[in-house]
Ligand binder design. Sequence first.
Ligand code: AMP
Ligand code: GLY
Length: 724
Amino acid sequence: MENTKILLVGSGAREHALADALIAGGAELYAYMQLLNPGIKKIAKKFAVGKADDTVAAVKFAKDNSVEIAMIGPEAPLAAGMADELEKAGIKCVGPAKKLAQLETSKGFTRQLTKKYGIEGCPDFRVFNSSNKGSSTPQFGERPNAQSGTSRFAPLSTLGEIEAYLKKLGEYVVKPDGLTGGKGVKVYGEHIHSVAEALDYCNEILQSHSAAVVEEKLEGEEFSLQTLTDGNGGFLHFPVVQDHKRAFYGDVGSNTGGMGSYSDSNFLLPFLTSEDVDAAKKITEKVAAAIKKELGTAYRGVMYGGFMKTASGIKLLEYNARFGDPEAMNVLPLLKTSFVDVCKATAEGKLSGLKVEFENKATVCKYVVPEGYPDNPKTGKIIVPSVEKDCIKALTYYAAVEEKEGGIYTTKSRAVAFVGVADTIQKAEAIAEEAAAKVQGQVFHRKDIGTHQLVQKRVEHVKQLGKLKPLYSPRNEPMRIAAFMSGTGSIVRKILEFQKRQPSLFKVEMIFTDTADENVCNARKIAEEHKVAYYRSDIKEYYKKRGCSDRKDMKIRQEYDAETAKLLKMHKVDAVALCGYMSIVTSPVIGNWLTVNVHPADLRTKDSRGQRLYAGCMGPECVKKAITNGDKEIRATTHIVNEKVDAGKLLLVSKAVKLDIGRSYSGEELEKIAHEYQQKLKEEGDWKVYPETIRMLAEGRFAADGKGTVYLDGKKIPEGQETT
Ligand code: AMP
Ligand code: GLY
């Protein structure tokens, strides 16, 4: 039988592995490459060098050589519509048409698709458009066109809407809608640290991309499931793999294209169960059916899903319309079935009729990359070890290198990958490591990938997921508190009195005020009396100095809080207690220190729209409002502070003070009675519940789960805990 003529597009290590698998499966290989890959060049019947997205050149090369099937490696030719052009020329393709490649090229599209078809594993998300701000009719279906401004994604929104959504999420991820070479995703806590920074980034995205996707930040371990689908209900799921994005040992440094990866002999990963992998497979199969229904065309090619195992199950991060690089190198060498048969069956819609087998082996792939990669790579000559001369046992795949004057030279990207295949991950690691360590030149690789220690770290991480984190973990010294105040400070005095009785539990380390006027604020006096460090930075002055009279300007507020944060750091503060502090506190403080407050009302009470009725209401105003509202009693509430006024999670609710109001009051009489009740509430409510809250915090009794729900002594208290 004649060998099948196959076109392979792409020139990286992934394509080198594809080329090897195709040749092993009986192909006659025609390679269209952007860079001349020395490994592919050696085994191809013929090759051409051209731009990755030059569909005309690639199709001509394919036609001139009468190839039967094409396998497209990278995303750029898919996004350029190479599969469409090859199909038009009568060449069947493993790789989706441009419209279908949206699965990778538009994160918004994929999120909308999973939502519309009710597919599980989708985090909370919203897609925000750059144009037509204010339009409210959501449509869905086609890739938005950034140039024409006729984006069809919705709901469209103002930055205000984005801000509200970011605040609702608390922890978020912001992604441009479009191809960004893996560099566009910014994660809260890693690349962005506040709503303001996230908004700036959204704004930047909306200038250059059709849309920004904002979604819930998930916590867990990532894995890759690469699946071939024939668009006809046939699926071939490859063994799952875990990649390592960070540049350096111990998962630190910049994100890269991937420094290495591993897979296990049972086709699971040490932190995954077969149910986990089945859940990911199910998601992929449902997405394949959904995209066919949505776009009316069959998807033929790779669906490489990036998944995460979280405390609440398997979640989908993204799809790529191609094999992973390095993940392809883990799975292709394990194929026992001819890869040519697999490609044919995929392209012809006949995958379900093909029995595919893999070797039960573990694999570890390690990439050797130029020194300085990815930020500032140095190029130069390298000497790559070989099976013949150096007796290495690893498979060798060339990536972005150049062969000249008989030598191999690095470029600015990953250079060469080594894959160990063995019965266990550890044995496979040793094989890959031995080869990677033998490369000579200005290069490095991650020695830790695939080691028992690193794999075990993943396992431990998964075990920790969903466990409660204490809001404060007691040490063998008192919890260190900073009190922030703007007024008389009666509550600070109560806390300091309480401290005297509980000296081993907590200590007010510093008092800070935003008010210079000592007729209004007693901060200095109290600090002197109790020998506590004292700081003052007048907020009105601060705004004035910056030529701004509007205290709502949160950028200035952030700068102010960043300066306050330096004091907190200096005093090694554990928690901030607001004690009649009349300013909004922003991320430099609340993002880094547990910040609590007491509010002179029952914050559990909601209005008809479900909003906290007493949020933003002060002192006697709260009592007046309670009287008007017909409340029978009043209480004080402690809560965690977030950027929105009185909106944070509740901690304790004080005992009730009965409102004995026999008749209706107005004017001066109402003022008087409100003041009386406010005083009573202070004595019975605020002054008791706040020190009590601080005591429980210091004892480590409050905790929160990943979603921020608060627990007291291990019991969920979403609406705070009433004290008895
Ligand atoms: P993506 O291109 O969507 O896979 O995102 C790139 C990387 O960003 C992923 O590999 C994750 O590490 C991270 N990431 C993406 N989405 C989320 C999310 N919702 N929660 C946490 N991390 C994420
Ligand atoms: N392994 C990362 C990628 O192929 O995108």
